[in-house]
Design a protein around this ligand. Structure first.
Ligand code: ATP
Ligand code: MG
Length: 481
C-alpha cells in the first residue's frame, strides 16, 4: 500500500500519473490525471484504458473534453512492479499550450520564409555581425545562395559604397546596438546594382540587456527609386518647359512693346532732326528751340523706358537695394500728389485725403516714389478728362501699424482676364486702345512695395473705375488730435 506521504507527493505532481495492470484495467489515478480526464479518480479506477500503451516511447493524443474542445496530452509509459504483479505506469502531461506555441512559431516561420522582403538575423561576436539566418527572399534579392550569405558579416551587403553616409549610419548602428533604417545602393552577386531599404533592429537579452542579435529587413526598392527618379525628371522637364514658355511670352510682349513704344519717340526725333537739317536756316529761333526740345523730351522718354526695362530685369534685386529711412509718410505723399495736381490741373482733378496727423514709416523715397507715380499716372491716363482721381492715406485702426494708401479713378477699368497677369512685365490690358505704355509700371510698383514688405492689390470694374490699395508697415501711429 502507498504510504500517506507518498500519496500526497504523487497527487501534488503536476503531471498526471495512471497505473494500468496487464489486463488494461486502471488501478491508480492521481489528481492531475483525473483532472485531464475530467472525472473523479474513483470513477476511473477499474475502467479500461482509452489510450495506447507503448512502453519506452512518448506518444501524443488528443483527449476530448465535455465542453467539445480537446486537450493535447503527451504520454510516456514505463513498466513497473505493482502490488500483485507487473503493471504500466503512464505519466500524462498537458501539452496543449506548448503545441499551440509550436504551431504559432511554425506559422511565423512560414511567413518569414514566404515573405517577399529579405529578412536576416545576425549574431553578435565581438565586432563581427555574422549572418546566422537568411530567408529565401534574401537569396532572391542579393543573388547569393543561403550558404554564401551565412558565411558573411552582414556589412558585406552594402560595402560596395563604404563612403556613403547611409552605409556608415548602418555600420555605426551595428556597433552601437541601435536601430537604424537606411536607403542604400548594393551590389548583387552577379554584379548588378540594386537599391535597398534596410532596417536594423537590435535584440537584447531580456534579463541582462546584453546585445545578442540584430534582425535585418531588406526591401528591394529599385523599381520605386527608378519611378521616383523618372517622376523628378518629368517634373524638372515640365518646370523647364513652363519657364521657357514664360520667357517666350515675355520676349513676345517685350518685342511688341519695343515696336510700339520706341517707334513714336524715334520718329519724332527723326522728324525734328530732318526739320532742323532741311529748314533750320529758315526757321525762327523759337521753332528751332521747339525741335531741339522735342529731341530732348523724346530722348528722355527713351531713357525712362530703358531704365524701366533695366529695373524690371533686375527683378527682386530691388529688395537688396532697399534703403529705407523713417519719414513722415503724409508729407511725402502730399508732395507727390501735389506734383500731379500741378501737371494735370487742366485735365483731371486730383484729390488728396488723409485722416491722420502723423504717420511715420521706414520708406525708400526713390522706390516708393516710382510706385506711387506710376499708379497715379495710370489713374490719369486710363480715365477720361474731367474725372477725379482720389489719393487717400490712412492707417489700419486695429493694430495701427500699417499704412493704407488707395488710388482710385473713374476710368476704363480692367477686364477679368487681365487681372491675373496685370503685374507681369510688359503685360497691357486689352482695353487700352491707343493709350501708350510699356506695361512695366505695375511690375516696378510691385517690386517696390514688396521691398517695403508691403502688399499691393487691385479692385476694378469695367467702365466704372479702378482702385489700387497698398499696405506698408509703419513705425508708429498717432491718432489726429
Ligand atoms: P507704363 O506704366 O510702363 O508706361 P502701362 O501703364 O501700360 O505702361 P502698367 O502701369 O504696368 O503699364 O499697367 C499695366 C496695364 O494695366 C495697363 O496697360 C492697363 O491695361 C492696366 N491698368 C493699370 N492701371 C490701370 C487703371 N488705373 N485703369 C485701367 N487700367 C489700368
Ligand atoms: Mg503704367
Amino acid at each position: 500500500m502507498l504510504t500517506e506521504t507518498l500519496l500526497t507527493i504523487i497527487n501534488r505532481n503536476a503531471d498526471g500519473i495512471v497505473v494500468i495492470d496487464e489486463d488494461g484495467v486502471i488501478r491508480f489515478v492521481n489528481l492531475a490525471a483525473a483532472a485531464l480526464f475530467d472525472k473523479p479518480p474513483m470513477a476511473l479506477v477499474g475502467e479500461f484504458v482509452a489510450f495506447p500503451l507503448g512502453t519506452g516511447e512518448t506518444v501524443e493524443i488528443d483527449l476530448p473534453r465535455p465542453d467539445g474542445n480537446t486537450i493535447a496530452v503527451e504520454i510516456r509509459v514505463v513498466e513497473i512492479d505493482w502490488i500483485d504483479g507487473r503493471a504500466y505506469l503512464a505519466s500524462l502531461r498537458d501539452i496543449t499550450e506548448r503545441r499551440q506555441a509550436q504551431a504559432d512559431i511554425a506559422l511565423r516561420n512560414r511567413l518569414i520564409e514566404a515573405s517577399g522582403s529579405g529578412i536576416f538575423i545576425t549574431g553578435v561576436r565581438g565586432e563581427a555581425r555574422p549572418i546566422i539566418y537568411a530567408n529565401p527572399a534574401m537569396a532572391t534579392i542579393t543573388a547569393y545562395t543561403e550558404a554564401e550569405l551565412l558565411a558573411q558579416d552582414c556589412r558585406f551587403l552594402w560595402h560596395c559604397n563604404p563612403d556613403d553616409a547611409q552605409n556608415q549610419a548602418l555600420d555605426q548602428a551595428l556597433i552601437d546596438g541601435a536601430p537604424c533604417t537606411a536607403v542604400i545602393e548594393c551590389e548583387r552577386a552577379d554584379g548588378a546594382m540594386y537599391w535597398a531599404e534596410v532596417r536594423l533592429t537590435p535584440i537584447r537579452d531580456a534579463g541582462s540587456r546584453q546585445l545578442t542579435h540584430f534582425i535585418g529587413v531588406l526591401h528591394d526598392i529599385t523599381d520605386r527609386m527608378y519611378l521616383e527618379a523618372e517622376r523628378i525628371e518629368r517634373e524638372r522637364i515640365s518646370v523647364a518647359l513652363e519657364k521657357e514658355r514664360e520667357l517666350r511670352v515675355l520676349k513676345d510682349r517685350f518685342l511688341t512693346m519695343m515696336s510700339h513704344e520706341l517707334r513714336t519717340p524715334l520718329s519724332l526725333i527723326r522728324l525734328a532732326h530732318d526739320m532742323l537739317r532741311q529748314y533750320g536756316d529758315k526757321a525762327t529761333e523759337e521753332e528751332r528751340l521747339q525741335y531741339l526740345d522735342s529731341i530732348r523730351t523724346q530722348t528722355e522718354h527713351l531713357t525712362d523706358i530703358l531704365s524701366d526695362v533695366m529695373t524690371v530685369s533686375r527683378g527682386d534685386s530691388a529688395e537688396a537695394e532697399f534703403m529705407p529711412e523713417i519719414i513722415d509718410l503724409i508729407t511725402y505723399c502730399r508732395d507727390i500728389v501735389e506734383q500731379f495736381q500741378i501737371n494735370y490741373f487742366k485735365t483731371h482733378k486730383v484729390e488728396f485725403e488723409c485722416d491722420r496727423a502723423v504717420m511715420r514709416a521706414p520708406i525708400d523715397r526713390k522706390l516708393l516714389r516710382q510706385a506711387l507715380t506710376n499708379l497715379l499716372s495710370n489713374a490719369i491716363k486710363y480715365s477720361p478728362e474731367g474725372s477725379t482721381v482720389r489719393f487717400t492715406l490712412t492707417s489700419n485702426g486695429h493694430n495701427g501699424n500699417q499704412a493704407i494708401i488707395t488710388i482710385q479713378d473713374r476710368g476704363i477699368g480692367i477686364t477679368e482676364e487681365d487681372m491675373a497677369r496685370l503685374f507681369e512685365p510688359f503685360h497691357r490690358g486689352r482695353n487700352v486702345e491707343t493709350v501708350p505704355g510699356t506695361g512695366l509700371g505695375l511690375a516696378i510698383a510691385r517690386q517696390a512695395v514688396r521691398a517695403h514688405s508691403g502688399t499691393i492689390a487691385v479692385d476694378s470694374a469695367i467702365g466704372q473705375g479702378t482702385t489700387f490699395t497698398l499696405t506698408l508697415p509703419m513705425v508708429e501711429v498717432r491718432a489726429r488730435g
